[in-house]
Design a binder for this molecule. Structure first.
Ligand code: NAD
Length: 503
C-alpha cells in the first residue's frame, strides 16, 4: 500500500540528523489497540534509505569515536533530564500506540531512563586494565575502543525501554547507531530519539530506519555494520543471530520466554498471590518477564480459588482510563492468537478456571481486550504450556516437591526468568543454584536487573554471550586492544638480537 493521498501523520526516518520522509511505496498503519483508530503511518524503508542511514553512521564514526569522555557523558546527563521533563507526553504516545496503562508506560520509560543514567557514567565504565612490569621494563594495558556502526532491532512490547537498552550504551562507548524500532509502535521510540538529538547527539551518530523482515535482513547483511543487538521472539532472534554472525558481526539476541513461578506452601500467601497476579496480567501479559506458568508445590495447590478471586478484581479497560489494570493486546492478530490458544487449552484438557475472553469494556467495544485467564491442570505437551502465549493467560500446574518443579523448569526450552516464593532460605538457595534460567527472583516476581548488572537469559531465550546493558554491554560494544610497551633508558638497553619467545 502506498502513502499517497493519506492525510495521516507519517513516521519519519532519521538519517544524518535529519527527519526524512520515506519515498517507500510500502507503508503500515499504526493502530491504537484500544480503539482501532489509525493514528499514523510508518514506512518500510527502501534499500537506498537503509544504505544512506548506514553511510551516515559510518561517516559520523570517524569523528565520534574520538569524542572525549566528558562530551559523551554530558549528552546523557542532559538526555536523562529531557526524558524526565517529557515523561507524561512520552507515556501518552506509548499508551496510544501500544495499549499499556499510562502508569505502566511511565514504568517502561523509567526502566530505559535508568540505562541512560548509567550511560552518563561512561567515564568509569569504559576503562582498560594495566599490568606494570610484565617483563623487565615492560607494561601491558588495554584500550576498550568503539567498534563502529552498531544496529538495534526492537520488539513492540517495550517500545521505550528496549531501544534505551541499546543506543545510549553503544553511543556512550563511541560507536554510531542505526535503530530499527518495531513497526507496530515506533512513535514513542521516535520521540525518544528526537530528545536524544536535542540532548546533543551529533548528526549521523544516531539514525533510525523502519521496516520489517527486509530491513532486518539488510542490517544482518550490511558489511559496514559491526554489531547487532536484537530483542524479540526466539524465531526471529535465532534467524538474526545466524545471519548476522555468518556475515561476521557480533550479535546478541534476547528472545522469547515461558517464565515459571514456583510457589512453596510456606510462602506468604496473599503477598504471593498479589505478586503472581500482577506479574501475569500486567501489560496484558505482554512482557518477556511475565509469569506465564505457576507451579504449585504440595499444599499450595489449594490456593487456586484465592488466586482466581484476586485476578477477578483486575479492571480491564483502555490504558488511558484511570484505575485500569489490564489494557488491550497489541493487535487483532495478537488477540486472535491468544484466543486460539485458549481454545486449544480447553480442547487439550486443561481446566479453564477463569475465562477472560470477550470482556465488556464500555466505550471501547472495538479494542483488543482479553481479561485475566487462568487454566489449572496444565501439563507439558499441551500447546498452552509448550508455546509462548504472550497474553494475559496463567497456566497452573501442581508438583509434589521443589525438586520436581526445578526439573520441569529446566526441561522447558526457555530460560528467561523465574521466581520462587517461599519463607525458606534453604529452599531458595537450592533453587538459585540448580535452576538454569537467566533472571531468578526470590519473592520478586519480575526480577529484571537494574543497569548495575546486565540482562541475561539461558538456552532458547538468549543467543550471544553478553547482555544488552550494564557492564557486559561495554564489552559487547568495544574492541579490546592490548598494548605492550617498553621504553628504553640506559638500564633497559638489551644486548644484541634475541630470537627466543621472550619479552
Ligand atoms: P518479533 O520477533 O516479532 O519482532 C522483533 C523485531 O523483529 C521487530 O523489529 C520486527 O520488525 C522484526 N521482525 C519480525 N518478523 C521478522 C522476520 N520474519 N524477519 C526479520 N525480522 C522480523 O517480536 P515481537 O512480537 O515484537 O515481541 C515479542 C517477543 O519478544 C516475545 O517473544 C517476547 O518474549 C520477546 N521479548 C524478549 C525480551 C527479552 O529480553 N528476552 C524482551 C522483550 C520481548
Amino acid at each position: 500500500m502506498t502513502n499517497a493521498a493519506s492525510q495521516l501523520p507519517t513516521v519519519k526516518l532519521i538519517i544524518n540528523g535529519e527527519f526524512v520522509e520515506s519515498s517507500s511505496r510500502e507503508w503500515r498503519d499504526i493502530i491504537n489497540p484500544a480503539t482501532q483508530e489509525v493514528i499514523a503511518r510508518v514506512p518500510f524503508a527502501t534499500p537506498d534509505e537503509i544504505n544512506a542511514a548506514v553511510s551516515a553512521a559510518k561517516e559520523a564514526f570517524t569523528t565520534w569515536r574520538k569524542a572525549p569522555i566528558g562530551t559523551r557523558a554530558r549528552i546523557f546527563l542532559k538526555y536523562q533530564q529531557l526524558i524526565r521533563e517529557n515523561m507524561k507526553e512520552l507515556a501518552a504516545i506509548l499508551t496510544a500506540e501500544q495499549g499499556k496503562t499510562l502508569p505502566d508506560a511511565e514504568g517502561d520509560i523509567f526502566r530505559g531512563l535508568e540505562v541512560v543514567e548509567h550511560a552518563a557514567n561512561i567515564g568509569n565504565l569504559q576503562m582498560g586494565e594495566l599490568a606494570n612490569n610484565v617483563a623487565g621494563g615492560v607494561d601491558t594495558y588495554t584500550l576498550l575502543q568503539p567498534i563502529g556502526v552498531c544496529a538495534g532491532i526492537t520488539p513492540f512490547n517495550f517500545p521505550a525501554m528496549i531501544p534505551l537498552w541499546m543506543f545510549p550504551m553503544a553511543i556512550a562507548c563511541g560507536n554510531t547507531f542505526v535503530l530499527k524500532p518495531s513497526e507496530q509502535d515506533p512513535m514513542v521510540t521516535m520521540r525518544l530519539v528526537e530528545l536524544a538529538l536535542q540532548a546533543g547527539i551529533p548528526p549521523g551518530v544516531l539514525n533510525v530506519i523502519h521496516g520489517g523482515e527486509q530491513a532486518v535482513n539488510a542490517i544482518c547483511d550490511h558489511p559496514d555494520i559491526k554489531a547487532i543487538s536484537f530483542v524479540g521472539s526466539t524465531k526471529v532472534g535465532t534467524h538474526v543471530y545466524h545471519r548476522g554472525t555468518l556475515a561476521g558481526k557480533r550479535v546478541q539476541c534476547m528472545m522469547g520466554a515461558k517464565n515459571h513461578a514456583v510457589i512453596l506452601p510456606d510462602a506468604n500467601k496473599q503477598q504471593t498471590i498479589n505478586s503472581l497476579v500482577g506479574a501475569t496480567f500486567g501489560a496484558a501479559g505482554q512482557r518477556c518477564m511475565a509469569v506465564s506458568v505457576a507451579l504449585l508445590v504440595g499444599d499450595a495447590k489449594d490456593w487456586i480459588a484465592d488466586l482466581v478471586s484476586t485476578a477477578k478484581t483486575l479492571k480491564v479497560n483502555a490504558g488511558t482510563e484511570p484505575g485500569t489494570d489490564v489494557g488491550p493486546v497489541i493487535s487483532c492478530a495478537a488477540y486472535d492468537r491468544v484466543a486460539t490458544m485458549i481454545e486449544r487449552g480447553i480442547a487439550e484438557g486443561a481446566k479453564l478456571e477463569l475465562d477472560g475472553r470477550n470482556p465488556k469494556v464500555p466505550g471501547y467495544e472495538k479494542g483488543n481486550f482479553i481479561g485475566p485467564t487462568i487454566f489449572s491442570g496444565v501439563k507439558p505437551g499441551m500447546t498452552i504450556y509448550d508455546q509462548e502465549i504472550f497474553g494475559p493467560v496463567l497456566c497452573l500446574a501442581t508438583v509434589a516437591t521443589l525438586q520436581e518443579g526445578i526439573a520441569m523448569i529446566n526441561a522447558n526450552p526457555n530460560g528467561n526468568g523465574t521466581a520462587i516464593f517461599t519463607q525458606s532460605g534453604a529452599a531458595a538457595r537450592v533453587f538459585q543454584e540448580e535452576i538454569d534460567i537467566g533472571q531468578v527472583g526470590i519473592n520478586v516476581p519480575i526480577p529484571v536487573p537494574v543497569p548495575l548488572f546486565s540482562f541475561t537469559g539461558s538456552r532458547a531465550s538468549k543467543l550471544g554471550d553478553l547482555g544488552p546493558y550494564g557492564k557486559q554491554v561495554i564489552t559487547f560494544y568495544t574492541q579490546t586492544k592490548t598494548i605492550t610497551q617498553r621504553w628504553f633508558d640506559d638500564s633497559t638497553l638489551s644486548a644484541g638480537v634475541n630470537t627466543t619467545i621472550a619479552l
